[in-house]
Design a protein around this ligand. Sequence first.
Ligand code: ZN
Length: 405
Amino acid sequence: MNQHARVTVTLTEAVAATKNARSDFQPDVHNHIPGSVLRGAVAAIWIRQLGPEITTTPEFARIFDGEGTFGPLHTLGSQPIPLSVQVHKYEPERTCQKLWWDAALGEIAEDCPDCRYPLEFSKGQSRGSVDFTTRIMTALSTDGVAKDGHLFRQKALRQDQRMHGWLYGEAVAALKLNDTPITSVLLGSRRSLRGSATVELEHDAVPEPVECIGNDIILRLASPGVFVDDFGLPSQVPNLIELTHVLGVKAINVDQHWTRWDEVGGWHAASGLPKPAERAVAAGSTYRVRCAEQPSETALRALMARGVGLRRREGFGALFRPEAPRAVRSWTGSVAPLRQRPQLLPAFRNRLDGLRRGTTDDAVFRRALENMRNAPDTYVQAFRTMLDITDADLYEKLLDFLEQG
Ligand SMILES: [Zn+2]
């Protein structure tokens, strides 16, 4: 079995995974499914099917409390913008050619050369829109009875969306119980909205390699990271000994870093009490690390699925490799021929929701493409270009452009 596997969940009901809630009434909701939520949901299935004694076995400890990784599950839109990236302070114009300036790649600017508006560093906000819905919930009293008049609105991830992440190491074995794959889980937080989701595991999926420039690697966190220095004190940067071990070459120094402190808690299942808050660096934190020589591609791919730092089994320290979003301007020319048949634009508009949720079914479009023998090449190309775009926000802007005629 591979050391890693790609997980895809499709929400069949709305799900709310709440952050360290300070109040029962307005908990803040994650825009993705944290690794801890996936891990808790799968462990609950083991306990339900095999009884609570299973938690005392070495097998359970290895899979759920070991050195494995349960990475967070994201859509493209829910991924954080790396903290090393400068973005437009205001909404960019359609004429702007560039949307990200990445200091980790040596790109720095004061303002956008096209619109002349100022830029600002990312605070780790999500790169695109996330599909939320709102549910009315009833507050429960301590004995589980609905309290009169205590209705509150719960923001939740809308159903029918698909999210992806990685399992690594012993955690890969979590989704198989008595040789039968686990195919559905109940996700969410105990004090908010739980919902069902189907889950698929791809054992032959290959993670992208961590970015590497010469002997430097660039680490970007998709979730908060928990790091300690050689004395066990909280640190803003990953541990070089750990990196050296995973990369197989000496990690010499963190030459540059773009980080923010964050606080993370958790839920201790056995005692039913919240865990004490711990210092962590925020999702989106970025590091440029100098190595003695270039790590192998295999090591860079393994590091991507494994992540860095402590508490990786709870989804901390997950890595990702975002591509800078392409500006609308670089696409308008190639999709403009679609204006020749404006009657088809509503069909493209209908595709937007599915694209945002990662659940598009393009069979009808692909068939239409095959039957387009008499259409001009530029039109066919434009049609294909629209179907190939995976960034829902860019797709929407291009639709706006096309519909404005
Ligand atoms: Zn601009």
